[in-house]
Write a protein that binds this ligand. Sequence first.
Ligand SMILES: CC(=O)N[C@H]1[C@@H](OP(=O)(O)OP(=O)(O)OC[C@H]2O[C@@H](n3ccc(=O)[nH]c3=O)[C@H](O)[C@@H]2O)O[C@H](CO)[C@H](O)[C@@H]1O
Length: 283
Amino acid sequence: MLSPSLECLRSTGWTPWFTSPHSRPSGSLWRSPSSTTRATCRGTLTLLQVMREAGVHRLVYSSSATVYGAPQYLPADEQHPTGAGLTNPYGKTKYFCEQVMQDLAASDKEWRLVSLRYFNPVGAHPSGRIGEDPLGPPNNLMPFVAQVAVGKREELSVFGDDYNTPDGTGVRDYVHVVDLAEGHVMALDKAFSKSFRGYASYNLGTGRGVSVLEMIEAFCRASGKPVPYRVVGRRAGDVASVVASCSLAEEQLGWRARRDLQEMCEDAWRWQKLHPNGFRSCQ
Ligand SMILES: CC(=O)N[C@H]1[C@@H](OP(=O)(O)OP(=O)(O)OC[C@H]2O[C@@H](n3ccc(=O)[nH]c3=O)[C@H](O)[C@@H]2O)O[C@H](CO)[C@H](O)[C@@H]1O
């Protein structure tokens, strides 16, 4: 199993490797926690093993704000404890992989490992040609809202309005996918910089919290379409608020999110409107 990957790594030699979440997780991860663990942990461990065998030591890793669990303070910075009170299996796998990378970096000074803790990636490429195409009903908020706006689904279920937040609905730090992509370029620069060795993690968010109701309102404004919704019970594993402190990424990577909520909604809507059936609409 390892040999084709090993060959590929050896031939490229210097290439840093990314590993991404196997899919946008959420409700589905509760239905099959063991496959989430298998896909995320086994894939990362195999990749690290193959990299070591091939003498490739640079990696930009896709981690998640979920490693903070229910945050003890906000905005959560990189010093915030991780691993305690994790609310879902996906967060546990990301925490575990981060721990393995820290141990590797401590055991061998050749490693240069950069872990990016994504907050809530949303939006689409501004061209409207690349966007999110969930398989089945979307588990995450923005793609669901987009499918309601385009008429594919009747209404959104708002998971709880009794949280300790300004309007009672969950607050998250949504970040435009293009900002996120730019964060990866900066992280690559870091992995290649002469002064960097070992392991570092960075939050990628905006530092601004947005509630579910604010998101619905912003999407209606961007699309000019209504988004009917109904408040239902809380979703298992959800926390009230998660907001990033991104000053470390700004200081050490030179990265800052530049796109606001309106732009996230406009770009997601452009993609959804042009591709009501996702990538199948491209054929
Ligand atoms: C519990 C859970 O699975 N958390 C995952 C979900 O985080 P999040 O729960 O942060 O993201 P999300 O987009 O699923 O939900 C954002 C907010 O919208 C609310 N909401 C969401 C969908 C919906 O149909 N109605 C609704 O009200 C939800 O309760 C939350 O307050 O996605 C992240 C990636 O982006 C991480 O993978 C998290 O592990």
